[in-house]
Design a protein around this ligand. Structure first.
Ligand code: FAD
Length: 460
């Protein structure tokens, strides 16, 4: 195990996505001894996954920013394939506890740093429905990650459903890579954006992006159905068909509007859930964002409530890559000692946050999905906990918190630690927000073996 008692770094950044890359290169440019740690094999995070590979270039946007940020990396000490499982505070520094998985092995590593920038991103928010655990039913993010990271087209005949602008790059990416996209089923109505003129006017480039996607959808003759959802997936050993239905203005399924569509993959995206295990491990303050997600509370300079900790990107609220880059730049400069935020960055962050708020208001998860679950619909896939077990626990025992639900039903106890079922369990229990934090007092950010844990404990 590598352990250093003196902080080797002024700044350590966890996460090498758009936010982390901008933060690390900004901090090192300002003269801080900087390191960056990421579980992935290289820089880019979710947005620029596989961006350095030539075949994937057509799937990416804003590669100029990616190349500019990556050009600054040589002066940053890089730890890729390092999975951070927790962070702790020492007297005058922070300790990043990671497992080094380079070369197929597993070695525990501790990095000491005076300041931390946490940029861990988000993961797919998932909403269960009958049949969602059939092979071939995938998250939109998972389908996109397969395509961008590995050049794998998830299916031949794909239906894309859910809500939010992210459905568009998923559908166009699949179509451009040879899949037949049989439809995009968007739960919201685009007219809701008309209530957000301020956000649109301040972000005209986003309108341009949207128009580009619309042209690509039209070129591939992909039908877009609004106020439409998938209510069930069917198949023997894998998904073969899905049932779609129209939604009323209030977001309820209109009886009689159901249609069946043959598919071999269903890509479903209901937005993203910020990944908060690391800020929570340090005790950083949180708040509930517009979309009901728990997010990290930060100030004007991206400082969290714990001194020396900065947070940037999706962990401060889901808002896309451009916002993540802006917040990363602000955090990098702040962690390196800047006493104020450049007005250009402050303006850009405000405009992009405004757009993010509008996006969340325009694309909520429509109500009514819980009513469509049957008692045997699986909610926690790792531990195979059905809806009926959670519903009766709530009703009979008056349980409303994730931790009790975990103890009583094992929901959230498995490998993913509630990343998949946390939102759904939170909603079923009647919580306002859907924090995975409700499931564990000391959330572990990355799975690790008992051997690595014991190794780490020996050293402390
Ligand atoms: C699966 C998925 C696919 C997506 N694809 C797209 C897309 O194609 N287009 C788009 O516009 N938006 C996409 N998004 C949304 C995307 O998250 C953001 O817009 C953007 O990437 C956010 O930047 P970020 O730096 O905040 O986070 P991310 O890009 O998510 O970067 C976070 C980084 O932190 C690392 N990390 C997290 N926790 C740890 C840990 N414990 N130890 C070590 N490393 C850690 C991750 O490996 C990752 O590289 C996707 C999201 C997901 C979840």
């Amino acid at each position: 195990m590598i352990s250093r008692s003196e902080p080797a770094f002024d700044v350590t950044v966890v996460g090498a996505g758009p936010a982390g890359l901008a933060a690390a290169t900004g901090a090192t440019r300002a003269g801080a001894r900087t390191s960056i740690v990421d579980a992935g094999t290289g820089p880019g995070g979710q947005y620029w996954r596989g961006a350095s590979a030539a075949p994937a270039a057509h799937l990416h946007h804003d590669l100029a920013t990616y190349h500019r940020l990556v050009a600054g990396l040589p002066s940053v000490v890089q730890f890729f394939q390092h999975h951070v499982w927790t962070v702790t505070r020492d007297v005058d520094s922070f300790v990043v506890h990671a497992v080094d998985r380079t070369g197929g092995g597993e070695r525990t590593v501790e990095l000491r740093s005076r300041r931390l920038i946490l940029a861990p991103g988000a993961y797919d928010r998932q909403v269960p429905f009958p049949g969602w655990d059939l092979p071939g039913v995938m998250t939109a993010g998972g389908v996109q990650a397969l395509l961008k990271g590995h050049g794998v087209v998830a299916g031949r005949r794909v239906l894309v459903a859910g809500t939010g602008p992210f459905l568009l790059p998923v559908a166009t990416g699949l179509a451009g890579s040879g899949a037949s996209v049989v439809g995009v089923h968007e739960a919201a109505s685009p007219l809701t954006w008309l209530r957000e003129p301020g956000a649109l006017v301040r972000n005209v480039t986003k309108l341009g992006e949207g128009a580009g996607y619309a042209r690509t959808l039209a070129r591939h003759r992909i039908p877009v159905r609004t106020r439409s959802v998938v209510v069930a997936a069917h198949g023997a050993d894998a998904v073969e068909r899905v049932t779609t239905a129209r939604l009323s203005r209030g977001g309820r399924v209109l009886p009689g509007s159901e249609r069946t569509v043959a598919v071999d993959v269903l890509a479903v995206g209901w937005g993203f859930t910020p990944q908060l295990e690391l800020p929570l491990a340090l005790g950083c303050a949180t708040r509930v964002d517009v979309d009901g997600s728990l997010v990290c509370e930060v100030d004007d300079r991206q400082r969290a409530s714990v001194e020396g900790v900065f947070v940037a990107g999706e962990a401060c609220g889901v808002g896309g890559a451009a916002l993540a880059v802006t917040e990363g730049e602000i955090a990098g400069a702040g962690a390196a000692g800047a006493s104020s935020t450049a007005p250009r960055l402050r303006r850009s962050r405000a405009a992009l946050r405004r757009f993010a708020g509008a996006m969340h208001r325009a694309h909520p998860v429509p109500p009514g999905w819980i009513e469509r679950l049957s008692d045997d619909t699986t909610v926690c896939r790792c531990e195979e906990v059905p809806f009926g077990a959670l519903a009766s626990m709530r009703q009979d025992l008056d349980v409303h918190d994730g931790r009790s639900a975990k103890m009583l039903t094992r929901a959230g106890m498995g490998y993913c630690q509630a990343r998949t079922c946390g939102y759904a369990v939170g909603c079923i229990l009647g919580q306002d927000a859907s924090p995975t934090s409700g499931f564990a007092e000391r959330p572990v950010s990355s799975p690790l073996t008992l051997g690595a844990l014991a190794d780490s404990a020996d050293a402390t």
